[in-house]
Design a protein around this ligand. Structure first.
Ligand SMILES: C[S@@+](CC[C@H](N)C(=O)[O-])C[C@H]1O[C@@H](n2cnc3c(N)ncnc32)[C@H](O)[C@@H]1O
Length: 271
């Protein structure tokens, strides 16, 4: 149904090998490495140590967007985790709890590898809302799906299965690239989207909605959406003067604008 191949300057991407009808479940994957709600990236150090050699290799094969500054910060963080964990191991051994002879000095390459894992995690981890047990997680294949501000697929974490399911939110043609929206919402304007993607994932989005020329019409629609939402919120704040018919028309207008911009899935379903 799909294949992973080069997607131009974005690196690798996932492409449809044949037509994928809207609603199809394309992926259902368990996380390779995850942080639970309430944990931060320091939890990754121990989580990484539990990985099987195959999973570790799969993790290390994922791409990372590394800048000089981010790499410096991650080396610092990684050194700190490795040294801290090593001291804890040593203390445990001295107290006789960890079995004699197991303790080793921290190795330089362990710090380097952990810094690489932190970069990979930052570039590839999907963030989940408070509804999932996971705060952030990376996946062996789903993490190859690039971002678009007008995506054709959507991910939902299934807590019971412990899997991230990706469904097509519209018909996808053979050879078309599968895309997800990495951001939590769809309505934001280009500058806000670009800033958040840069801060959270470290890249500048080059999707068609972010293209200054091709994305111009879409930006107009998003501005209208924001105005519609603002009007709706102001109306909702003055409860006595609420008019249900008017509210319904406002929501219909908002849905039309979302669909007009090619946005489907959760955003429309939850309106
Ligand atoms: C989760 S990975 C996606 C797979 C990645 N392209 C690869 O080669 O493994 C996220 C990275 O892909 C690139 N990327 C994803 N979507 C992009 C977009 N819309 N514009 C530019 N780069 C993008 C960025 O380098 C980002 O850090």
């Amino acid at each position: 149904m799909w294949e992973i191949r080069l997607a131009g300057p974005k690196g690798l991407g996932v492409f449809a090998k044949s037509f994928i009808p809207r609603g199809t479940r394309i992926f259902s994957e368990k996380p390779l490495l995850a942080i639970l709600q309430g944990q931060d990236t320091s939890a990754l150090y121990n989580a990484t140590k539990q990985l099987s050699p195959d999973d570790r290799a799969s993790l290390l094969s994922l791409s990372a967007h590394v800048t000089k500054e981010s790499s410096f910060i991650r080396w610092n963080k990684a050194s700190w985790y490795v040294v801290k964990e090593t001291i804890l191991d040593l203390k445990a051994k001295l107290r006789g709890r960890n079995g004699a002879g197991n303790w080793r000095m921290p190795r330089f390459h362990a710090i380097g590898e952990h810094a690489a894992i932190l970069s990979i995690f930052r570039s590839n981890a999907f963030k989940f809302g408070r509804t999932s047990q996971f705060h952030q997680a990376v996946f062996p294949r789903i993490s190859r799906i690039n971002h678009s501000c007008i995506p054709n697929a959507q991910g939902n974490f299934h807590d019971v299965l412990g899997k991230f399911n990706i469904h097509a939110t519209r018909d996808i043609d053979a050879d078309e690239e599968l895309t997800l929206n990495y951001l939590q919402e769809h309505g934001a304007l280009r500058a806000a989207r670009q800033l958040q993607l840069l801060n959270d994932y470290g890249f500048s989005c080059d999707c068609s909605a972010c293209d200054v020329v091709r994305g111009q019409e879409g930006e107009g629609k998003r501005t209208q959406m924001l105005n519609v939402l603002r009007t709706f919120a102001e109306g909702a704040a003055q409860e006595d003067t609420q008019n249900p018919g008017e509210e319904l028309r406002t929501m219909q207008l908002f849905i039309n604008l979302l669909e007009g911009e090619g946005i489907a899935g959760r955003e429309v379903a939850t309106m």
